[in-house]
Design a protein around this ligand. Structure first.
Ligand SMILES: [Mg+2]
Length: 291
């Protein structure tokens, strides 16, 4: 009697998603177009991992509103927050915060601030970061409420810089000095960010995929983003998806990450369409074709 081949279990699907401009509308912050689809994923037990430049203080209330119980990463990959007991094994962590194990991948904020102070002194160029400003000043600059500005200021691994008042030459000198000081910078449209040279969303996503593998065996990872800032995330997953920007274009990531899918739909509308397409095509299996 010949043994029948054993049915292999489906890989565990995990969705990693950017927030601003992807799951959240860039202008209004709304995620309502994606709500039914998000609920469907939750009903099927598909984890949704929020991956943003936002701080823990900003993500926690949002996560509550979205009804998501999965780990998340903060400040462009500065740290991973994993609920205690989420995995069946003890998760190696750097510190604990309330009911969370925290894996720190970024440079501590105080160290980033210290290096920025040195740069300001050495170059003699005046510029400020969120750490130099009051919550009222941040609110005035960003259009956030005072409470939201307070949360945006609660930074742990990434400093937001205001370089708009500098001449192009001064700005370039500051950016080069950040690189020499072992920092990486990104530009999010209005503000610049300074963070540890080896910190990015992709590194944090890979660390989390490893934990999911340890728990579930094979994992099929989907990544959703809208901008260059998401490129490391999109390169870290099996299926990278770009949603459209408000002007209907897709970010140019050339050379494109392998297997990149560009979905029609701006922000949460594109998010909804991409996930529905995956659900329609046999619930998120790696072999699926995206016609
Ligand atoms: Mg974004």
């Amino acid at each position: 009697m010949t043994a029948r081949p054993r049915r292999t279990e489906r890989p565990r699907t995990v969705i990693f998603t950017d927030l601003d401009g992807t799951l959240l509308d860039l202008r209004t912050g709304s995620w309502k177009p994606a709500e039914p689809t998000l609920r469907e994923l939750q009903a099927r037990g598909v984890p949704v991992v929020l991956c943003s430049a936002k701080t823990r203080a900003e993500i926690l209330p949002l996560r509550e509103e979205l009804g998501i119980a999965d780990p998340f990463l903060v400040e462009n990959g500065g740290a991973l927050y994993i609920p205690k007991g989420y995995f069946s094994f003890a998760v190696p962590h750097d510190r604990e915060f309330e009911d969370w194990d925290v894996l720190e991948l970024g440079l501590p904020y105080a160290e980033i601030r210290r290096r920025i102070q040195t740069i300001r002194r050495e170059l003699g160029i005046r510029f400020s970061g969120f750490g130099d400003l009051s919550a009222e000043e941040v609110a005035g600059l960003t259009g956030l409420s005072r409470e939201e500005a307070e949360r945006a200021k609660a930074r742990e691994y990434d400093e937001t810089l205001l370089l708009g008042g500098l001449s192009p030459g001064e700005r370039d000198r500051v950016l080069r000095a950040l690189e020499r000081a072992g920092l990486r910078w990104t530009h999010g449209g209005v503000f610049y960010h300074a963070l540890g040279a080896r910190t990015d969303k992709g590194k944090a996503v890979r660390a989390l995929i490893d934990l999911y593998r340890r728990e579930h065996g094979e994992v099929f990872s989907v990544g959703m983003g809208d901008s260059r800032n998401d490129e490391p995330l999109l390169r870290a997953v099996d299926l990278p998806v770009l949603v459209q920007k408000p002007d209907g274009t897709w970010e140019d990531l050339s050379p494109s990450p392998p297997r990149l899918r560009r979905v029609e739909g701006v922000g949460p509308e594109g998010w909804r369409r991409a996930v529905e397409r995956l659900l329609d095509q046999g619930a998120l299996e790696p072999e699926l074709e995206w016609g």
